[in-house]
Design a protein around this ligand. Structure first.
Ligand code: ZN
Length: 230
């Protein structure tokens, strides 16, 4: 004899009008972590990748203009991993969806991506359920926001300021990135100029707001090993 099937409910995995979201699912997130140079963004990016990877999640790492000069994410405390260099022409949706299964993206130096690429990251979150963790500077040497950083502020589910005790020469918290050309704080120029290399007269220094505005650079000498472009 055939048993009557209950009509009022089905297996718990079956969706209904009241369970449009599959059980166990959550919305993917777009998070933006920002702070000045030297505040540990790349170190956190690498730690984040490690934490997700050990949970069996599959991710991709992206960077642009990393201090190592190569397609890698490197931190000032000596960690480093291979990463994909985000050229202006790179279509992130096409690249990521060409992979079998990707759960999350680590996007270092996201302030240097194009605005269109930030839109692509939002698409990957919303259309493909991929978590995106973006890291970068908020503002350039003039204390003006990078277009990509601005778009991240507008679109991100969560924005976190990183403040890992980067200090101005005066001892106040360092918040802003200064470009120094020939010993003088620059107020105008291209938004992105690679500095702190042997061949470049340009260097970068983190200052508090007061001294960024006044242009006083202190008695200090430039930090060696600083290769962040702005
Ligand atoms: Zn200061």
């Amino acid at each position: 004899m055939e048993q009557a099937k209950p009509l009022s409910w089905g297996p718990v995995t079956e969706s209904s009008a009241l369970s449009a979201v599959p059980s166990g699912a959550r919305d993917a997130v777009l998070k933006f972590y920002f702070g000045p140079m030297d505040c540990g963004k790349s170190t956190l990016a690498l730690q984040m990748n490690y934490n997700h990877g050990r949970q069996g999640r599959r991710g991709l790492m992206f960077t642009k203009h990393d201090r190592s000069g190569g397609p890698k994410i490197t931190s000032r405390i000596g960690l480093g991993l291979e990463a994909i260099e985000v050229e202006d022409s790179l279509d992130l949706v096409r690249l990521v969806t060409a992979h079998d299964r990707i759960d999350y993206l680590i996007c270092d130096e996201a302030c240097f991506y194009t605005v269109e690429q930030i839109e692509q990251l939002a698409d990957l979150v919303d259309e493909y359920g991929i978590d995106v963790y973006a890291f970068g500077l908020a503002s350039d040497f003039r204390s003006v926001m990078f277009p990509a950083a601005q778009r991240l502020f507008e679109l991100a589910d969560e924005v976190c300021r990183l403040q890992v005790e980067v200090l101005c020469w005066c001892g106040r918290p360092g918040q802003l990135n200064a470009r120094v050309v020939g010993g003088v704080l620059a107020r105008t120029g291209e938004q992105v100029v690679i500095g702190d290399t042997d061949a470049s007269p340009v260097r970068y220094q983190v200052l508090c707001r007061r001294h960024h505005r006044s242009g006083e650079l202190g008695e200090g000498t430039p930090q060696p090993g600083s290769h962040q472009p702005l």
